[in-house]
Design a protein around this ligand. Sequence first.
Ligand code: ZN
Length: 532
Amino acid sequence: MPSLEIYDTTLRDGTQGFGVDLSLADKLALTERLAELGVHYIEGGWPGSNPKDRAYFAEVRRLGLGRGKVSAFGSTRRSGVSAEEDQNLRALADSDADVTCIFGKSWDLHIAEALRVSEADNLRMIAESIEFLRRATGRPVFYDAEHFFDGLRENEACALASVRAAFEAGAERIILCDTNGGSLPAQIVAGVQKVRAALPGALLGIHVHNDGGLATANTLAAVQAGAVQVHGTINGVGERCGNADLTQIIANCELKLGLRCLPEGKLAGLTEISREVWERINRLGPDNQPFVGPAAFAHKGGVHVSAMQRNERTYEHVPPSSVGNLRRVLISEMAGRSSLLAKLEVKYPQLRDATIAAAVLNEVQDLEHQGYSFEAADGTFDLLVRRHLGLTRPAFRLEYYRVHGIGTTPHAREAKAESSPVEATVKLDVGGQTRLCVAEGNGPVDALSHALRQALDGAFPALARMSLTDYKVRVVNSADGAGARVRVLIEHEIDRRRFSTVGVHANIIEASWRALADAVDYGIALAEESRD
Ligand SMILES: [Zn+2]
C-alpha cells in the first residue's frame, strides 16, 4: 500500500483558532495521543514566540513517542540580521525538535507590503535560514511556502523562485500553503503540477485552510496530483474557518484512495482522538462531522433502516467501525416499525410478537403526536416498552401533588434573594400504604423531586444513589393543534449510568412531574438490574 505522511498541527496552527486554548498539560497529553495514533509529525508549537511553547519543547523530550516525530515551527530570518543572529531561528535550533519547519514568503504582494524587501532579498532570507537550521541542528528542515497558490496566480516567476530557493538550500519537504483558504481544487492541482515540473525530485506537502469550505477537497486534490505530505488538524480546528480536518483526510485517503496514513489497525482510533480534542478545547463537535461525528452513521427513516438491515452498504459509504464510530438507529415518527424493532429486538426478543410490537409502536406514535420525542429520552422509551411487556410495575400511584409559593415576595425582592423557597406536597400510594410528604426546593421541580424521593425513600433505598444531572425545557407545537406545550427532559445518574426521561404538557410543572415520575420508575428498574 503506498503511503502518505501525516503532519499534524493541531497544537500549533489549531490553537490559532477562535476559542481554541490548550494548556501545556493538554498539549503534552495530545502529543502522546497523536503519537499513539501513529501520525508521522506532530508540530508542537513555535518556540520563539512564547514561554508555553518553550516549556513544551523542554518537556516533550521526556515522553516516549515511538516513531512520532516532534516538529518546531517558526519563520525565516528577519531582514537586516544574519540567520545566526536571528532570535527566532536560534530558539528553533535550541528546541531540540526532530524536525523544524519554517515559513517564508512566495507572494510578491507580501514581499513588498508585509516584509518590505526586494524579491532577491526574500530569496536570500529563505535560503540562509534553511542552511542555518540544517547546520545548527543536523536534522531535516521543512519549508512552508506561505500564500503559495495566491502568489502563483499573481506572479508565477516570483512564487516558483521562492520554492526553488528553499529546495536548493536543502529543505527536505516543500509545503505549498493555501494560507487564505480561498483556492479551488483545480487551482491546487495546477499549482502542484507546476512545482513538480519546475523542481523534479522535490518532495511536496500541502497545507490548506477551509475558508471556501474546500480544505478536504483541496488536500485530496493535491495528494492525487503528487503531494506526499499532508498538513492539518484534528477536527479541522484553526484560524477563521479552520485548517484541513485530518480525521476526514486520513479516512478518505486510507478508505478511498488506498493510501496508508497510519500504522495498520490505527484508523479505528480516529473517532476517539476527535472526541478527545473536542473535550480538551471544551467544545461540542458538530453532530454531522463526517466519519467521526455522533450522527455520521445515524439512521432515522424507516425505509433506510429496513434496507440497512438487509445490507449496510445501502446507506453507509464506509463501515462505522472502520473509523471507530458506531451506527445509531434513531426512533422517530418517520421511522415506522422496522426502525423501532431493529433497536429493540436485541434487548427484548419478546417484541418479535407482532401484536406487542404494534401496541408499542402505536403508543410511540400517539405520544409523538402530542409533542414527545424519544431520541434523547432513552429512559422513558425503555420504560414504555417494559410496561408493554409487563417487565416493570409502577413504583407508586399518585393521589395528588401540589406546589406552593411559586413567585417571589416583596420581602425576597428587597433582600435580592435569587429565589424564595418553593414547597411541594405529594401524596402517593406505595404498595398499599399512603405516603404524604412535604419538601422545600429552590424551584417547583426541585421541591417536587425532593418530596417524591422522600415519599419513596423507605420502600426504595436505591433511590438515594440517584442524582439529577440535567434539566432542559423547550416549547413544542403539538401536531394535534392543541397549541404550544412544553417538553421537559430530565437526566439522572444512578450507579454510573445516565438516562433521560421526558414529559410533555401545556403546564411546565405537570410536564416536569411526568419526567420525574418516569425517572423514579426507571431508576428503580436500573438499580434492580445492577443488583442482579
Ligand atoms: Zn496554516
